[in-house]
Design a protein around this ligand. Structure first.
Ligand code: URP
Ligand code: ZN
Ligand code: ZN
Ligand code: ZN
Length: 509
C-alpha cells in the first residue's frame, strides 16, 4: 500500500497521512557490526514496539518478523543533533525548514532526534514554549527543546523553573546579536546562577556583540557591504574573548557550561585551557565549521557567498583542521549542525548590506555522512568514537541516555545502518531540506547510511523516505545530568575554605 506513506516535500501538510504509518512492531537486524560508544561486536538486534528488546550474537525469530540483513555494515544509534533552528523567526524572515521538512531531511541523513532552540516571545518563556509546541506538532521524529533567555526579571526566573518541569534542561544565552537576542554580563551571571540552582545546563553563543557592532559600522564606513564584511566585522578574537568570558563567569558560579558552535581556534583553545584546569566545559563544533573554508564569503557571486554566511563565521583556512583535531582528542565533545536555512531570495535581503543577510547554513541532513567521511574515513577517530560524537555524548549531556544514544535492551529503537563500502554525494537537487542551496554542494565521500529506523519504524530505505507529520514525539529531558555530579562537594569545600578565620593583631593606634 504505497499510499500509506508520505514522501518529504510531497507529504508536507497532507493530513491524509496522519497516523497511517503501520507500527511494524517487530524487526530483526541481522549480522551487522553493532556499535556503541563503549563497545562494538557482531550481533543481531531485535526490536519490538519501538524498543530494542535484545542484542545478541544470534537471535532467531518467527516468520512474522521482518528481517533486515546488515552483514558487512555498521548498526549504530541514530544521530542526535544538539543544535537546530526549525521554523525559526529570525532577521525579519523565517527559516525554510519547519519541523516536518527539517526532520525528514534529518532522517534521510541518519539523524533520529534533534534538540531545537525555543525562543521566548517578548521575553516570555511560556509563550515561546507554547509556540514551539505548536510548530512541532507536524514532527516526524523525536525532538527536545533548549530555551533561549533574552531578558531578565523575576518572571523569567520563575518561568525557568516551569520550563524545567516541562522537560527543558538547558538554557541558551546569546552574547551577540546586539539589539535583538543579545544579553549582557549582568544577565548572564544571573542566568548562570539560576541554571545552577535548577540543574540546567547553561549554553552560550559566544561572540562579543558590542565589539561586533563596532566592527560592522567600520566595514560599512569602508564601503565593504558584501558577505565578506560579515567575516571581517567579527574576527576569531571576538569569539575567543566571549568564550573566555563565559567560561570564567561559569567558573565563578561553579556551574557547567556548553559553548555552542565553536568555530575558531581561539574559542577552542579557551575550552581546552578550562578543561585542562578541571572546569566542566563542553564544546560543540558544527559540521560546517569542521568541513568548510570561510573563503567562500569572498566569492564574487553574491548568492554563492551569502549561502555560507552564519554566526560565528565559518573561518578561513586552518580552523577547520584544528577543530577536527580537537574533536578527535576530546577537547571538543560532540558535533551539532546549527541547521538554520534561508533560501537565495531570503539571503538577498542583504544584497546591499551584509548586516541584513539572514544568518545560517544547512547541515541536519549532511552531518552524519560528513563526520563519517572527515573523521572516520580520514583515520582520525574510531567507529565507537563516531557513535559517541554524533549520538551518545549528546544523550548523556542532555540526560536522556541510555534511552537515546545506545543500542541496548530497553533503548528506543533509533538506529542507522551504514554501509562503509558505499558512497554518498551531496547536492541541493537531491537533498530533502526545502532550502534551494547546499553549503556542501558536490561533496562526495565514502560511507552511506542506507537505512534509518525511528522508534522501530523503517523511515529511510532504498533512498526513499517514509515519514508522516505527527509521528514524532516530544522527549522530556530531566535536570541534573552527569555534569552536575559532585558540584555540591566543590561548593562545600569552597565555603569551608572561606571560614578559616583571619587572625589580625589589635590596632593600638
Ligand atoms: O548564524 C546562525 N548561527 N544562525 C542561527 C542562530 C544562532 O546563532 O545559532
Ligand atoms: Zn501523503
Ligand atoms: Zn548562535
Ligand atoms: Zn544556532
Amino acid at each position: 500500500q504505497p499510499n500509506q506513506f508520505c514522501e518529504a516535500g510531497i507529504g508536507y501538510g497532507d493530513s491524509s497521512c496522519g497516523d497511517s504509518i503501520p507500527s511494524s512492531s517487530k524487526l530483526l537486524i541481522k549480522g551487522g557490526t553493532v556499535v556503541n560508544a563503549h563497545h562494538q561486536q557482531i550481533a543481531d538486534v531485535y526490536i519490538e514496539d519501538g524498543l530494542i528488546v535484545a542484542v545478541n550474537p544470534t537471535i532467531t525469530v518467527g516468520d512474522e518478523v521482518r528481517v533486515i540483513d546488515a552483514t558487512g555494515k555498521f548498526v549504530m544509534p541514530g544521530g542526535i543533533d544538539p543544535h537546530t533552528h526549525l521554523e525559526f523567526e529570525f532577521m525579519n524572515t523565517v527559516t525554510k525548514d519547519d519541523f516536518f521538512s527539517g526532520q525528514a531531511a534529518a532522517l534521510a541523513g541518519g539523524t533520529t532526534m534533534h534538540i531545537d532552540f525555543a525562543i521566548p516571545i517578548d521575553g516570555s518563556l511560556t509563550a515561546g514554549f507554547e509556540a514551539y509546541e505548536k510548530k512541532a506538532q507536524k514532527s516526524c521524529m523525536d525532538y527536545g527543546f533548549h530555551m533561549a533567555i533574552t531578558k531578565w526579571d523575576e518572571t523569567v526566573a520563575r518561568e525557568m523553573e516551569l520550563m524545567v518541569e516541562k522537560g527543558i534542561n538547558s538554557f541558551k544565552f546569546f552574547m551577540a546579536y546586539k539589539g535583538a537576542l543579545m544579553i549582557g554580563d549582568e544577565l548572564l551571571l544571573q542566568g548562570l546562577k539560576k541554571c545552577k540552582s535548577l540543574g540546567a545546563l547553561a549554553m552560550v553563543h559566544a561572540e562579543n556583540g558590542d565589539a561586533i557592532d563596532e566592527g560592522q559600522k567600520k566595514m560599512i564606513e569602508l564601503g565593504i557591504t558584501g558577505p565578506e564584511g560579515h567575516a571581517l566585522s567579527r574576527p576569531p578574537v571576538l569569539e575567543g574573548e566571549a568564550t573566555a568570558r563565559a567560561i570564567r563567569l561559569a567558573d565563578f558560579v561553579n556551574t557547567p557550561l556548553y559553548v555552542v558552535h565553536v568555530m575558531s581556534i581561539d574559542a577552542m583553545e579557551e575550552i581546552a585551557k578550562a578543561r585542562t584546569s578541571g572546569q566542566r566545559v563542553i564544546g560543540e563544533p558544527i559540521v560546517s565549521g569542521l568541513a568548510l573554508d570561510g573563503s567562500w564569503l569572498w566569492h564574487p557571486d553574491f548568492v554563492t557567498a551569502a549561502k555560507y554566511l552564519m554566526s560565528p563565521p565559518i573561518r578561513k583556512q586552518g580552523h577547520d583542521k584544528a577543530l577536527q583535531a580537537a574533536l578527535a582528542t576530546g577537547v571538543l565533545q560532540l558535533v551539532g549542525t546549527d541547521h538554520c536555512v534561508f533560501n537565495s531570495t531570503q539571503k538577498s535581503l542583504g544584497i546591499d548590506d551584509f548586516r541584513k543577510i539572514p544568518n545560517g547554513v544547512n547541515g541536519i541532513e549532511e552531518r552524519m555522512h560528513l563526520v563519517w567521511d572527515i573523521m572516520v574515513e580520514s583515520g582520525q577517530i574510531s567507529v565507537t568514537d563516531y557513535v559517541r560524537l554524533t549520538s551518545t555524548e549528546c544523550a548523556r549531556i542532555f540526560n536522556i541516555y541510555p534511552r537515546k544514544g545506545a543500542i541496548l535492551p530497553g533503548s528506543d529503537a533509533d538506529i542507522i545502518i551504514l554501509n562503509p563500502n558505499s558512497s554518498f554525494e551531496v547536492t541541493a537537487k537531491s537533498h530533502h531540506s526545502r532550502v534551494d542551496t547546499n553549503v556542501f554542494e558536490g561533496w562526495r565521500g565514502k560511507g552511506k547510511i542506507e537505512v534509518t529506523i525511528s522508534r522501530g519504524r523503517v523511515v529511510w530505505e532504498n533512498n526513499e523516505l517514509k515519514v508522516a507529520p505527527g509521528t514524532g514525539r516530544y522527549i522530556e529531558m530531566s535536570p541534573f545530568s552527569y555534569l552536575f555530579d559532585g558540584l555540591d562537594k566543590k561548593d562545600a569545600s569552597y565555603l569551608n575554605s572561606l571560614q578559616a578565620p583571619v587572625k589580625r593583631a589589635k590596632s593600638t593606634a
